[in-house]
Design a protein around this ligand. Structure first.
Ligand SMILES: [Zn+2]
Length: 301
């Protein structure tokens, strides 16, 4: 009798410790999504990112270490909308992990959860490296991040239903703090409204859409193509007619074209974080927006 009770307690104990230490192995494609998964899962999530802020998420090498990580993953959290089309399908194929293939519960695309800007009416090669499913760089609009957070939290609950309460309370907490931050950001970003800013790539479109910043040109003549001297000369001409406040680029982009245009025009070249890890103190999604706004406000009068 006593032994049976002990056994029952032991089994209950094991059950409990299993529930509280259950960990989902999350393989994120980019730092912003690893950070979001961690915020929503806390200690129940082990998250790793395939890329860092110094790497161009459009094109990385499908290294064996990444294949091994995809093989062990319970959930892939990627941007989608073709951002990783050059490397993720190969990782998924080589990892042989059916759980994380497209269409499975273990595969989550952030861009899929929100409306996208810039969906082209038609796509052909002459347009450069155009994303047919629209501009994929959705994480720089905090309103969209909130929608993605809610969808990702649901996914965590469905993969780990025994910890639904944990994920729900973390989502509530995240949502509460994010909404407060959103109001603050919108208030302090007021002077940016209508400012003209030159970009490197189309990676700031969502931020600009949110803050009503005007894109005054792009260093890439077409998405994904490097800047040429001829293109910079054209940009210089148009900026002489209608000036801009800054030329922005990020860590994974070569700063040379931005610096060259800055020399030609006298407009400040400004490095922005773009993602978590993309600048000093940019350790999560909150500090990513804090720092981005701080830097933009320094150059926009
Ligand atoms: Zn892109």
């Amino acid at each position: 009798m006593k032994r049976t009770r002990c056994l029952v307690l032991l089994v209950m104990g094991l059950g409990l410790s299993q529930a509280s230490s259950a960990r989902l192995n999350v393989f994120a494609c980019e730092p912003e999504w690893a950070s979001l998964a961690k915020a929503l899962g806390g200690e129940l999530i082990a998250a790793t990112s395939a890329t860092t802020a110094r790497q161009d998420p459009h094109r990385i090498e499908a290294r064996p270490s990444l294949i091994a990580k995809v093989r062990r993953a319970d959930l892939l959290v990627c941007n989608g909308a073709e951002l990783e089309i050059g490397w993720l399908p190969m990782l998924q194929r080589q990892a042989g992990n059916r759980k994380v293939l497209p269409g499975q519960a273990g595969y989550f695309e952030a861009a899929e959860q929100v409306e996208r800007l810039g969906i082209p009416e038609k796509v052909d090669r002459s347009m450069g490296d155009v994303h047919a499913s629209g501009n994929p760089h959705v994480h720089l609009d905090p309103r969209r991040v909130l929608k993605i957070a809610s969808a990702l939290s649901e996914r965590l609950m469905s993969l780990d239903p025994s910890n639904t309460g944990h994920y729900r309370s973390r989502l509530d907490d995240f949502t509460h703090h994010w909404q407060q931050a959103l109001e603050r950001w919108q208030r302090i970003a007021e002077p940016l409204k209508g400012a003209r800013v030159v970009v490197y790539h189309q990676d700031w479109d969502y931020l600009f859409d949110w803050l009503q910043i005007v894109k005054a040109g792009s260093l890439e003549p077409k998405p994904g193509l490097p800047a040429t001297a001829g293109h910079l000369a054209k940009l210089r001409q148009s900026l002489m007619e209608e000036p801009a406040s800054a030329i922005v680029y990020t860590r994974y982009q070569n700063p040379k074209a931005a610096q060259r245009l800055s020399q030609l025009t006298g407009i400040a070249a400004l490095e922005l974080p773009y993602t978590v890890g993309g600048g000093e103190g940019v350790t999560d999604l909150f500090s990513l927006f804090d720092e981005t706004l701080k830097r933009l406000l320094q150059v926009v009068p």
